[in-house]
Structure formats: C-alpha cells, structure tokens
Design a binder for this molecule. Structure first.
Ligand SMILES: Cc1ncc(COP(=O)(O)O)c(C=O)c1O
Length: 394
C-alpha cells in the first residue's frame, strides 16, 4: 500500500461521526527514507542540512536528524530546539538577529553564523570580543545577477537579505579591521520554490565561481559555501517535479571544480519535508453561490496558510466517507469546479480555487497533500479561536 493510501485508511479509522475531522498527518517513515536518499545522492563533500523554518515539529526533526549533517536555525527558538543534537552542525541565518541570538550562537560554538550586513558583523565582533572568542562567519551575499524564474527570488534585485555584491570591496576592507571575526565562507540562499534543475545548477555554479574569485581577491581562507535551500515542489503540476536525479548528477560534476577542503552545503526545507505532511479537513457544507460551487471545511487557512498566501489551489483529493448520521438528506456537489474554503469569516480563507471534482459530499474528507513544509507553522492559528487540528504521526 502506498503511504498516501495508508494515510487514507488511517484517517477513516480515526474519524468519529460526532466530531468533524481535522488533522495534520505526517508520514515519518517516508520522510526518513527521503532524507536518506537525498543525502546519499550527493557527493561526499556536499552536506545536506535541514532548514528548520520549513517545519520545526520535534517529531520531524528527530526523524530527519538521522540523515542530515546539520541544521539551519533562524531564531533563538529554533537554535534551542537543537540542543538535543550535539553532534550535528548548526548554522544560523536570518535578518534582524538579536544580540541574544548571536550571543547564544557564539557561546555554543556553532559551525557558522551567516551575516546579513556590515552592522551585523560589527555586532558579532563586539560580542565575540566580550566572550573572548574568534568567530567564523559566512557573508550572505545578494548577487548582482538574478537567478531565473522561481516563486520568490531574493537576489539580483533589492531585498532585505544579504550584502549587496557591489558593496563587497568596501565591506571587506572594514571587516579586515575586526580581529575577532574571520570570513571563512559565503552564504547564497537566493530563491524559493525553484522548479528548474538546470537553473539551480547554473546558480550553484555561479556561487562556486564567485566564492573562488573572492577567496583569491580578498586573501581569504575559505572552507564553507552554503547555497541555501529553494528547491521547489510543483504544487500545480505534480507530474512535473523538480528533477532531483539530474540535479544531483550535475552537482557531482560541478564539485570536481570545488577546492577539496570546502564543505558545500544545501540547507533544504520545502523539498525535504513538504511531501510527507498531509492536512485533512472534513466537509461541513456545500453550496452554489452566484453560479460558483463552494465547499467549506472544518479548518482552513489558519491551519494551512500557503494556498491563501500564494493565491493558488493546494493539491488535494477527496476521501469518501460512507457513514452518514443525520436524519436528513446528504448535501453534495457533482461534476463541478469547486472552491474549497475554510471556517474563517473572511473571503481570503480559500484553499482551492475552481478545481474539478467528480463528487463531494458533506462528511467527506478533503486531504491536502504537500503540507509538510510552510503549512501549519506559517499559519495564523488563533484567528477566530477555532480548535486546533490533531497532530498524527504515522
Ligand atoms: C536562509 C535560508 N536557508 C534555507 C531556507 C530553506 O528554503 P527552502 O525551504 O526553500 O528549501 C530558507 C527559507 O526561507 C532560508 O531563508
């Protein structure tokens, strides 16, 4: 039985007639196997890290840690969740880091701090001096060149992230005056949900070339280049996924040009975790309104905000539930393009926008796929004070 089939069977077992079903269900075994196969497909010199922001659920982290070399944390809260894993590499990223966060990272001797600006480097230096430690940093660079098409891009244009590549000469001069920091790496996270393997390879190649050029130009002794995350899930066309096999093959070829003492890092979030989370929400009502077919569910964007944030249809399937308890006829929609909405009092609470559905009835369950990353944790859980979904791990 496929893991999606197994999850459907479990849902039907768990559903109780009295309480509308609403749950996140995680396929832990699938997640572990995926992490293992990604890590195994990369060259030895390339480390797979997990970007915790994608989903910091402790059960998931525990499963993933067995197959990744490190973690990327973007807050003190995320870093604290990693104290259980002393043997893993830890790196920190993110804009607007607090002194408390930097201090904890330095005191805990983490692998690398990704610095976002000159002012941040100056603060790292001050804290390092106070703690009497020399700190390794990687500068996060906002490259001059854009990196093709993707859902979100953070380089090749103005953003709040990283150091503008064109300012590197003057910033390098200033950082050279700071004895408690040493630039031993660069960080390039520049894109989100990129679906094009060859564009991502071109990006990695460009980052490698830049790092080598800057090492020579600024007399650095590098040992770390981090390409960030950004590998995508094709939510709209699941039969056209990111071509990981071609990508990892290309990485093997590219890495023959990298200095052998460099650790090269992919800190993946979405591509690692998204396929192994499901969000299930029971149908509460169906109706037509001004000629459009609507389904409302026990749940919504306060549990799964991604489709509302991206104004997309989240991939879903309908699980037919045959039990029917009401002494009333069962409302249904047949052969309709449906809009699936949640229980919030806002027209923005929409998860599916006009997708064809053969048959959907009150009491059936809508199962949303690819809800393992940027799903529960990016959602506004307390809006309207509805009950939270169950968390189920299989
Ligand atoms: C610095 C950094 N690294 C890695 C990631 C993970 O990206 P993704 O989930 O697209 O792989 C993010 C996501 O925002 C990030 O900000």
């Amino acid at each position: 039985m496929s893991s999606a089939e197994q999850i459907k069977t479990e849902i039907l077992k768990m559903k109780s007639a009295r309480h509308p079903f609403c749950a996140y269900i995680y396929d832990i075994k699938g997640l572990e196997e995926h992490a293992l196969s990604l890590a195994a497909s990369l060259p030895e010199q390339v480390s797979l890290y997990y970007a915790m922001k994608a989903n910091p659920d402790p059960v998931l982290i525990h499963a993933i840690q067995r197959h990744v070399k490190g973690f990327e944390a973007a807050s003190l809260g995320e870093l604290d969740k990693l104290t259980a894993f002393p043997d893993h590499q830890k790196v920190i990223s993110g804009p607007a880091k607090t002194d408390e966060f930097l201090k904890a990272a330095i005191a805990r001797d983490i692998r690398m701090i990704h610095a976002e600006s000159l002012w941040e480097v100056e603060r790292i230096h001050l804290i390092a001096q106070l703690l009497g430690k020399k700190v390794r940093i990687a500068l996060r660079i906002n490259l001059e060149a854009a990196i093709g098409k993707a859902r979100l891009t953070m380089a090749g244009k103005p953003t709040q992230f990283g150091i503008d590549e064109t300012r590197l000469p003057e910033i390098m001069e200033m950082i050279k005056q700071l004895p408690f920091v040493e630039i031993t790496g660069f960080h390039f996270h520049s894109v989100s949900n990129n679906l094009d393997a060859s564009a991502h390879l071109a990006f990695v190649s460009q980052c490698l070339m830049k790092a080598k050029e800057w090492e020579a130009q600024y007399h650095l002794d590098l040992n770390y280049v981090n390409f960030g995350g950004g590998i995508g899930i094709h939510y709209e066309k699941q039969d056209e996924p990111f071509h990981w096999a071609a990508f990892s093959q290309g990485i093997h070829e590219l890495m023959t040009h990298a200095p052998s003492n460099w650790e090269l890092v992919f800190e993946l979030g979405r591509y690692l975790a998204a396929p192994f989370g499901y969000y299930a929400a029971e149908v509460m009502d169906v109706k037509e309104n001004h000629g459009q077919a609507y389904v409302t569910v026990r749940g919504g964007s306060h549990h799964l905000r991604l489709p509302a944030a991206w104004k997309m249809s989240h991939p879903f399937e309908v699980i037919a539930v045959e039990e029917w308890e009401y002494p009333l006829s069962r409302p249904e929609l047949r052969e309709k393009e449906v809009w699936i909405a949640g229980e919030l009092c806002t027209p923005n609470d929409v998860l599916v926008r006009g997708e064809f559905c053969t048959n959907i009835r009150v009491g059936d369950i809508v199962l949303f796929h690819f809800a393992g990353a940027y799903a529960w944790t990016i959602s506004h859980h307390d809006f309207l004070s509805h009950g939270k979904p169950q968390m189920i791990y299989i």
